[in-house]
Structure formats: C-alpha cells, structure tokens
Design a protein around this ligand. Structure first.
Ligand code: 5GP
Length: 336
C-alpha cells in the first residue's frame, strides 16, 4: 500500500493571516488583471472569475450580467450554432465567454462549425476525468487547428498531467479540481479526489513553470474561498453553486412552506443525464446530485458580495491587485 504522507488541504483547512497594510480603502484595490498568454500569444483583460459550464450556470442570461463586470461565462456544451448565432446578434464579447466541448469526433466537428461561424477567443475542453490519454491528444489537435485561440483543458489535480497538457497539449490554461464541486459526488461514489487548495497550489506551480495558467474549479462556498484560491496560486476561479439560485438562472422558483428555491444540478447528475441523454447509462453511476438552492434574487448582488470580499482580503494583506494576492498571502492552518 502506498500513501502520500504530506497533508493536503481544502479551503476550510486554512485562513489568511492579516498583515500590515498601506491600503486604507477597498477602492484602492484593482480587481481586473491583464494577462498575456505566451502559447496562444493572446491578451485578456478582466476580473479572473469564470461561471461554470453547467446547464443552470453557463447560460446567456448569466453572461449578460457577468460580462458587464468583465467576468467570463463558460457556456454549457449543449448550445449549438443557432444558439450562438442568436446570442451574437444580441451581443457577445469574445473576451467574456468560452465555448465548451467534450473530446469526441462529434464534439470536434461541432467546435469547428461554431468557431468558423462566430468570433471565439476561449475554447474550454472539458472532461470529468482529465487523466484520459485522449485528452492531451485532443488538445493538441485543437491547438494545431487554432494556433491563436486561448485553450483551457481539464479537469486534473496533479503536477505531471498539468505539465503534459501545457507542454504536449499546448493549452494555455489547465482547469484544476476533481471532487470539490458543490453538486459533485465523485469523492463519495469513487473515493477519488484531492483537497482543492493543495491541488491548486501543486498545479499552479507546475503551470507557472511552463508558461501556463490555471483555473481553480469547484468548492467555492463563500467569497473568502475565492481569495484563498488566488492565495494558493490560481489565476482564475470557476464558480458553479454560488452563482445558482438567482433570477437569471434557468428553472422555475419552487415555493415550499413559504421559502423559495431554485434547482441546481451537477452535470453528471440523474437530472442532467435524463435531460440530455434520456437516462444514466447502465455501466456508470451518477456522480452528481440535484440540490435545492434558496432563491437569492438578482445575480448582481452575489457578484458584488464576492467582489467586495476579494477587495477586503486585499486590504488585509496589502495586495493592491488580485495578481498580488498569492505573493502577499500567508495561510494559517486551522481546525475545521
Ligand atoms: P461548485 O462551484 O458548484 O462547487 O463547483 C462547480 C464545478 O463542479 C464545475 O465547474 C465542475 O467542474 C464540477 N461539476 C459540475 N457538475 C458536476 C457533476 O455532476 N459531477 C462532478 N463530479 N463534478 C461536477
């Protein structure tokens, strides 16, 4: 039996130690980042937060709110060319959306059709298990076809595969997280996973040494977790559950005993499988769940809450921009 003895940490295992700060107001903090991607040679400017490519999150209504803050929405992979054409007519800024794709030939063909028809800057190649050999080959194929698009690929949680995706797959950004998602049951169903803060730290170190970047994907339960993610080295943070339950998320409001809810579900949940494929295939179990989220009102209020939290973290540790959080951040380990 092999065991890695060093302790791996989750967001809830740490806090950020406050430091002497010359910043006197949250207004002095700049949340936007200017990023130059050496592999695709693209530039991007915005707040490095991404709405997850899930049915109830990665939608055009969510994009309309988030793009006004220069936050990215990763569209769910079920949008087709017609959807994109009508969105483009209404307004689509390529800086603030990603096209998501799986790794089959059908996915590839659809991706080409969409990228030929509309102006796409980010492509997100997304599989639940980023350790499948085909992923790196698929990324390389997409890179050869699109030398100057910003390519994201995942999900993984360790150093070697992060390096492979960047060096061999030629992706710009690696998406990190297996098991931390709020609607995810992978850790329960399979026993597989990695505490998210340590996964971010390890993969960021690997990516930053090879001209790449990372997204910390999943496990955000509050604004403080976003700051902790940046502190551990994440360049971007992807959010699902915290962006659910609003007016802009699809689905009806359910009222029970005077409390209002909206439904949010994992992309491998029974709900998603039935919606998109008719049923859960007999050889697999569902690794996602469906949860009722208390209705939260307009999405912009949650966004402001998260951005306010990050600004405040920055003033506690003397970081005048998100980019500086990692170098200004010292974590203290805490008991849960
Ligand atoms: P959250 O912000 O809700 O904690 O995490 C969002 C992330 O959970 C998504 O970006 C995606 O990586 C992951 N996820 C979404 N649906 C599922 C699912 O059904 N199963 C698993 N294992 N992960 C999911």
């Amino acid at each position: 039996m092999k065991i890695e003895e060093d302790i791996k940490l989750d967001y809830s295992d740490v806090l950020i130690r406050p430091k002497r700060s010359t910043l006197s107001s949250r207004n002095e903090v700049k949340l936007e980042r200017n990023i130059e991607f050496p592999i695709s040679k693209q530039k991007w400017y915005g707040i490095p937060i991404i709405a997850a490519n899930m049915d109830t999150i990665g939608t055009y209504d969510v994009y309309k709110v988030l793009s006004a803050y220069k936050i990215i929405t990763a569209f769910n992979k079920f949008y087709d060319l017609n959807d994109y054409k009508s969105m483009e007519k209404e307004g689509l800024d390529p800086n603030y959306f990603m096209i998501s794709t799986g790794i089959t030939q059908k996915d590839y063909d659809k991706l080409i059709i969409i990228c030929d028809a509309i102006n796409v800057k980010f492509i997100c190649i997304d599989v639940a298990n980023g350790y499948m050999e085909q992923l790196v080959d698929f990324c390389r194929r997409v890179r050869d076809k699109f030398p100057d698009k910003i390519i994201v690929a995942g999900n993984v949680v360790t150093r070697e595969i992060t390096e492979q995706l960047i060096l061999r797959g030629r992706v710009d950004i690696v998406k990190v997280g297996i098991g931390p998602g709020s609607a995810c049951t992978t850790r329960l169903k399979t026993g597989v996973g990695m505490p998210q803060l340590s996964a971010i730290s390890e993969c960021a170190d690997a990516a930053h040494g090879t001209n790449g970047f990372i997204i910390g994907d999943g496990g955000i339960t509050c604004p403080g977790d976003v700051s902790k993610g940046y502190g551990a080295g994440a360049d971007f943070i992807m959010i699902g559950g915290q962006f659910s339950g609003h007016d802009e998320n699809p689905g009806d409001i359910i009222e029970e005993n005077g409390t209002k809810y909206k439904l949010f579900y994992g992309m491998s949940s029974d709900t998603a499988m039935k919606k998109h494929y008719g049923s859960v295939a007999s050889y697999r179990s569902s690794e996602g769940k469906t949860v009722r989220i208390k209705y939260k009102g307009p999405l912009s209020e949650t966004v402001m809450d998260i951005l306010g939290g990050i600004r405040s973290t920055c003033t506690y540790i003397n970081a005048n921009q998100i980019k500086h959080i990692a170098k200004c951040c010292t974590f203290v380990r805490v008991n849960r």
